[in-house]
Design a protein around this ligand. Structure first.
Ligand SMILES: Nc1ncnc2c1ncn2[C@@H]1O[C@H](COP(=O)(O)OP(=O)(O)OP(=O)(O)O)[C@@H](O)[C@H]1O
Length: 254
């Protein structure tokens, strides 16, 4: 299948004073994929994401989003992307339904607020305030807000950090559903299992450089082909499997 490039980043750098946080990275994101930026704390993932989102100035390099040049058409780019809003933007007096309706008004969109809450499994919480949600529910709501302007691409910055295993799985399913509806997803994470489960392709970033870029499967196959073996035999399950098995497979309300 012919792949369409929807984001193209070339030789991107970001300098904070004397410190170069992003050191000339290049990558393409294909339309309809879940693309992951995987790396340790401080690797430059958020900086890279925020530059593409038009929220942070780059130092040099070229970024094209859906044919639009970041330097010339940032306002056009904003219209076709969905970005997680800071929770400080969630007016404390409003409930979830009212917040979505407010954002619809701001974006001049007419999406069904209740349908959106249903999609992220928060219909029952429509009348609740954001502050009264669990961590997983907060993240699902935050993902819902990225969809209000019916974007072609959504950006998720470490969406599952701090969540329990079930809340994470529930969010993974949501992210897959969003991709199945045709939206391209670019996500940052420092969780290996998340990258392996969710992402079609990943770029591993370390100290501002991309050190590998491929599908998780290909990376693992290449490592094995190089003669790598795990030092000891791996058990057929891990502690997370035990936890999920004991607390239930079904995705409960998180
Ligand atoms: N505004 C800033 N001024 C100076 N240095 C910054 C600024 N923002 C980020 N940095 C530095 O740039 C580097 C990359 O930060 P960035 O937040 O992009 O990393 P990250 O990969 O997203 O890490 P994390 O997982 O911790 O969010 C870090 O060393 C950070 O301290």
């Amino acid at each position: 299948m012919e792949k369409n490039t929807i984001i193209s980043v070339k030789d991107l750098t970001k300098q904070y004073g004397n410190f170069q946080a992003v050191k000339g990275i290049s990558f393409d994101v294909y339309e309809g994929e879940i693309f992951g930026l995987l790396g340790p704390n401080g690797a430059g993932k958020s900086t890279t994401l925020e530059i593409i989102e038009t929220l942070r100035e780059k130092t040099s390099g070229e970024v094209i989003v859906d044919g639009l040049n970041l330097d010339k058409q940032p306002a056009e780019i904003k219209k076709i992307i969905g970005v997680q809003l800071q929770s400080s933007g969630y007016y404390p007096g409003l409930n979830l339904l009212q917040l979505i309706e407010l954002f619809c008004g701001l974006y001049n969109r007419n999406v069904g607020a209740m349908e959106l809450l249903e999609m992220v499994n928060l219909k029952d919480k429509a009348k609740a305030k954001f502050k009264d949600l669990s961590g997983g529910q907060k993240q699902r709501f935050s993902v819902a807000t990225t969809l209000i302007n019916e974007p072609r691409i959504i950006f998720l910055d470490e969406p599952t950090t701090g969540l329990d295993p079930q809340a994470r799985r529930s969010l993974w399913e949501l992210i897959r559903t969003i991709r199945e509806r045709g939206t391209t997803v670019i996500i940052t994470t420092h969780y290996m299992d998340e990258a392996e489960y969710l992402c079609d392709r990943i770029a591993i970033i370390d100290a501002g450089k991309i050190i590998a870029l491929a599908s998780p499967d290909k990376m693992i196959d290449d490592l094995v082909a190089s003669g790598f073996e795990r030092p000891k035999e791996v058990k057929k399950a891990n502690l997370e499997d035990v936890f999920i098995n004991l607390t239930g497979h079904s995705l409960r309300e998180n």
